[in-house]
Design a protein around this ligand. Sequence first.
Ligand code: AHR
Length: 513
Amino acid sequence: MSVVKSSVLTLAMLAAAPAFSAVTIDVDPAKPGAVINKNVYGQFAEHLGTGIYEGMWVGPGSKIPNVRGWRKDVVGALKELRVPLVRWPGGCFADEYHWKEGIGPRNKRPVKVNTNWGGVEESNAVGTHEFFDLAEMLGADTYVSGNLGTGSPQEMSEWIEYMTSDSKSTLAELRRKNGRAKPFKVDFFGVGNESWGCGGNMTPEYYVNLYNNYETFLKAPPQYRPKIVASGGHSTNKWTDVLSGGLKGRTVGISYHYYTIPTGNWDVKGAATGFPEAQWMSTLANALKIDTSIKENVAALEKNDPEKKISLLIDEWGTWYDVEKGTNAGFLFQQNTLRDAVVAALHFNIFHAHADRVTMTNIAQMVNVLQAMILTDKDQMLLTPTYHAYKMYVPFQDATSLPVALRDNVEYKVGATSIPGISASAARAKDGKLYLAIVNTNPNEASDVALNVAGQNVSGVSGQVLTAAAMDAHNTFKHKDAIKPAPFAAKAVDGKLSLKIPAKAVVVVAVDK
Ligand code: AHR
């Protein structure tokens, strides 16, 4: 593991204005694109491993400082991330979740078995009220996944009524008795999850009929009505095609899942740390392929929904490695390195380019599971490189995307595989400033980049860089700040701005006039 000396790095970069530029980034502020919906930076929290229990929820009686059961340290760190949206309770868990088991006095809730994830006991301590308490503390929108697989239209419609009714119905009164006077704000409601697999092994044609059946009964007062999401596919655009053809007017979005696996082989996925450069490359190359997947899905939407009423919601994505040795294989706990931050940033740049159709994404998952923001160990907590990437990109939430063109991009090559050396994205943020994100995918070589903003003099840039000496640089409970962002700045010389982007780095800067 390597430690970046931030002051040394910053000085080195400030001094390093190259005489020539290998790559030119052209930004055109006069041709604004779609707004990057803040929910593109959404999170996913499933009842899986220590993702919720231990990682976030410790219960009000815990010695670990908490607010009504939610860990203060973790909630505080997530608040700083400005988490815009949280998806809950699954994942595969959602299609075996019965909401009535998660309300009322916690000591009376039934204990179940989490059959999807490790076969461990599910106490139901975190239910509807606890989830909304967390979301409200975070100031986040909510995305609740309903049980299509083992539920019924009645169970689903009653959950909607329980959460959203402002009447004096028995269910609304039960909600009040359980401590919540006014309706909960359910922003999105998903009908099932991965219905092609863990959610019921259905065909898309069968799902469309079931969705129509369930959706008919999801009634709520207009001001509390959630946007209803259809659960889509993975790997091809078949589900998006069938669903967008069959669900006109009945959904605001179709979900899509895309996981990045270094080897592409689910049986031996590759390690989270200590990997060879070939797996740095294969991981990044596989991550970049999401662009093709999005284009294929968007093509299906363009065909069936040219009015752009249906969004593509990538409500699960991220890296998936072999679990850490010594941990429960069903808990999907993995370390998180600089490679994950680079993967996240590459995704963000791609999502921005599709901002008109991709209006929500949810990384899997928020804490302790897969590509997490935060890892915990008892009362300890650390922020991962992925957390830092999310924080650096906060200005892109609800910013207006700007077209970016790369001239003379360099190539990063390992064996027969090659990918672009530089990835970039630009946007006009809500604070009025122009922000630029640049990723150098090459773990060995820095890249000289010239910035050219049409119709604007650029005097300099300032922001942050995330990099390290090792590809698998990561934080541990002993060295929590082994990798963290450092300041990054550069000034124009003779009206020309050149940036030296370190090897394997994520840079986000505001552009100064
Ligand atoms: O994120 C982990 C699991 O991956 C989810 O439960 C499921 O939807 C997907 O297969």
